[in-house]
Ligand binder design. Sequence first.
Ligand SMILES: CC(C)(COP(=O)(O)OP(=O)(O)OC[C@H]1O[C@@H](n2cnc3c(N)ncnc32)[C@H](O)[C@@H]1OP(=O)(O)O)[C@@H](O)C(=O)NCCC(=O)NCCS
Length: 186
Amino acid sequence: MELKLQFQGAGGQMIIRAAIERDLPEILEIHNDAVKTLPAVWTDAEDSLDQRATWFHQRMELGYPVIVSESADGEVLGFGSYGRFREKSGYDLTVEHSVYVKKGARGQGAGRKMLLALINQAREDGFHAMVGAIDSENKASIVLHRKLGFEVSGILPQVGYKFGRWLDLTLVTMILDEASAPAATE
Ligand SMILES: CC(C)(COP(=O)(O)OP(=O)(O)OC[C@H]1O[C@@H](n2cnc3c(N)ncnc32)[C@H](O)[C@@H]1OP(=O)(O)O)[C@@H](O)C(=O)NCCC(=O)NCCS
């Protein structure tokens, strides 16, 4: 994936680029901090570096993007990616994405820039729909998605739990093109 975009964010210069192997420890730290502290990720199990590397390599092999936002001094501020939404072939043209911004770097435009980059990439790669599955308490993420044109398509009540309480899942969707559905097979 050829991607390098430069922006002036609220916190200074910011680059959005394809992730490389060397970013994995910082990606891991951002992910695991979210696991420990936020209801955004519905697990208590932190990843190991090996698990993150496996995830990264699988995404690369399947041609899916993993991107990071990087500060002027080379710090990874956040990461984003998308992959297959569901397994059956009818979902071939739909991807599910996620974006995570590091504590202390939120609210400075990294989430918006990464999500825009993922939308552009998904369009370029010929996908038809994008889905985000967001903890319904996560107002920042829901506002961000709505601002970029996602629709709230459904709320699944109490389908998850963390920190001793039930969590609702808000599904947001964006249709990326006006293509007709692939022809029926005999
Ligand atoms: C949700 C998240 C990705 C947003 O990224 P961010 O870099 O903090 O957001 P941005 O600065 O790009 O803000 C984008 C828009 O979202 C809105 N927004 C951001 N944080 C907000 C908040 N706390 N409350 C309300 N709206 C908020 C802003 O209105 C902003 O719009 P603007 O660009 O017109 O000002 C980030 O806060 C995050 O990583 N949170 C923890 C992990 C997580 O929840 N990931 C998403 C899982 S679905």
